[in-house]
Design a protein around this ligand. Sequence first.
Ligand code: IPM
Ligand code: MG
Length: 370
Amino acid sequence: MATYNIFLLPGDGIGPEVMTEVEKVAAFMGQAGLASFNFERGLVGGAAYDAHGASISEDHMALAQAADAVLFGAVGGPKWDAVPYDVRPEAGLLRLRKDLALFANLRPAICYPALADASSLKREIVEDLDIMIVRELTGGVYFGEPKQIIDLGNGQKRGIDTQVYDTYEIERIGRVAFELARKRKNKVTSSEKRNVMKSGVLWNEVITALHKREFPDVQLEHQLADSLGMQLVRWPKQFDVIVTDNLFGDMLSDVAAMLTGSLGMLPSASLGETNPKTGKRKALYEPVHGSAPDIAGKGLANPIAMIGSFGMALRYSFGLGEAADMIEKAISNVLASGLRTADIKGDAASYVSTTVMGEAIVAELKALVG
Ligand code: IPM
Ligand code: MG
């Protein structure tokens, strides 16, 4: 049985609580002989700032580089609102993405039938929804230069961010989307704002050419990002794979998360290029939800997005697709049994804690393994 080295970065807020539940799932996988994991633990975000004045230390960056996969909780909170911009909690996450070159962010939005009533949309709109948002993660306005606030000297300041994309960045994320679509419903929707942005014009051109050249068998459509946002809440089941830039992907994936009932449900994978020599790729797995400081430490957090992110690690980093399927099945069965955390409670009379939900998923896994 192979042993995988996983670097845990629980971070801030509810990050550590949901990470604890993942460790239980992983420990069970080990006991059941499905896989074995070596965990190292590090600090990121506000926790890292408190310990050593940086949003992630050089030592912990090196451990992240060396690991087979990084599992990331969440960062940020009001406690660090006043820290300098360069060492704010989010900077740690952005540095991990950039330095590990994790350009492809996969954010699946799946609505389990048991949760269709927890969504703010009608059951028939979201039931059995299964879409994949492919968000470009190392370019665009998040990293473009110049990025600054300049003093104009007349009592005015100017804030500048730069949206910039090169052909190769659009091509490689497009390729990820088309390849995923081939294993799904074979449809890609590409989204940008070519009606106002030059980067959008280029995005559209490059995706169109890539499609013609390498993926003519996949259905491709283009939608302006504002219109796509509207369509996501109008009739989300028209989509299969959505590919878009860093900023639009950030916003649209939060919208997609709510279709599934709660932000607490959405896992994600951030992947680098596959090394042709080793066949390995750098990867970080994190829930789409944030650190939720308002509920931290109260046992109210939903661990499903974090556990689902671990499932994605099994699938995309370790080739353990069957074990990943089993985790998804366990989550689905536990939800079908009526167990709910506070965020997905809907009209139900009661809800369970983070720990009870995590342990119920482990118990269900035990039952599935037999
Ligand atoms: C996300 C988050 C991050 C982002 C923040 C925490 C920097 O919102 O992963 O969606 O904007 O990418
Ligand atoms: Mg976001």
